[in-house]
Design a protein around this ligand. Sequence first.
Ligand code: SAH
Length: 245
Amino acid sequence: MRSRPILLLFAWLMCGGTLPPPGSAQASDHPDYHRLRRAMVRNQIAARGITHPAVLRAMERVPRHRFVPQRLRPLAYEDHPLPIGHGQTISQPFIVAYMTAALDPKATDRVLEIGTGSGYQAAVLAELVREVYTIEIIEALGKRAGSVLREMGYKNVHVRIGDGYKGWPEKAPFDAIIVTCAPERIPRALVRQLKEGGRMIIPVGRRAGVQELVRVVKRGGRVEKTSVMAVRFVPMVHGAPSPAP
Ligand code: SAH
């Protein structure tokens, strides 16, 4: 789709997370978020080759600033990930758009997300598909995302606290699965829970290193994998969910 050096640069931007010095977040108290959001879609997403009209529309609609901590809201439409607490981050907007477009979302789809985080990616998907099932292992994050999504009126997003490595078997099979934390290998349970012809987008790789973003299509019970770019996501952790303090 694009040349590899450019993709690597995007991936670097995604994990770079360079924040302006403390205090600059307060520089503009009442930014025109809608205008900033349109500029984000135009300059960071469409300009880099994402052409999926429904994805662009969804990214223009969802108020990303509502999903980041209050003090970082003025930075919500900039070209990098942002911290959301508990050592986790909301992904760079371009990565959200890229992964969403790679899922080829359809209005009738039921989609599983692993790694709810802030709930932003789930909201973008909720604009595009029928139902979104999303799992978060850090209870405090899952609860907060759930209440932001409720406040915003998303009735088709279902948040569960738990270990997403095992998927959500009771709600399977899914038309598509998006994973926003990186396991070392593609979890078998997720492949099992994908419909025949279903799509999955998942970062795969070792904890400390660079990972590959992999697009998976399930055909004849087997997976066809395409590596699309180098990325760096937080690792997928295993085990019992960490409870809210
Ligand atoms: N999609 C998120 C960003 C993801 S950050 C957003 O739009 O904001 C990755 C998230 O994956 C973190 O919140 C982390 O706690 C979560 N995570 C890590 N391992 C997990 C697991 N095994 N199951 C579910 N969530 C997990």
